[in-house]
Ligand binder design. Sequence first.
Ligand SMILES: [Zn+2]
Length: 156
Amino acid sequence: MDDERKVQLSEDEWRQRLSPEEYRVLRQAGTEAPFRGEYTDTKTEGVYRCRACGAELFRSDAKFDSHCGWPSFYQPTENDAVILLEDRSLGTVRTEVRCANCGSHLGHVFEGEGYQVPTDQRWCINSVSLTLEPAKDAQAAPGGGEAAAAGSGQPA
Ligand SMILES: [Zn+2]
């Protein structure tokens, strides 16, 4: 995986692939309304993927209740799943989070706010930038007996 970005589409192509709200957030660095996003309070176990390109970004075990109005994580799955950019758009300096795979806007990361999480970071991510893929264990497994005793953990 040496190439910087695996997904490169024109803005017209993105516009066709995404809903208007997804396009506004992912491609124009917009922000969804607080407490409205579909994953704000989601506890479902699973993997959060980039809504634009499907790359894995976050896992549910790093999600925590920040009560800030957006899904919050204390770390990405892999540090190189995301890229960080300085954002001065609101007159302060914030750190913007983008998908490393396709360059789409995800949200911002804040540090040192005092949340009781291992990293002292809050990755504040728009629901509309994410797609939750529920863990296989969280779904009803179809009847086969043999594999049932073995532990899970096989990445699909
Ligand atoms: Zn992406």
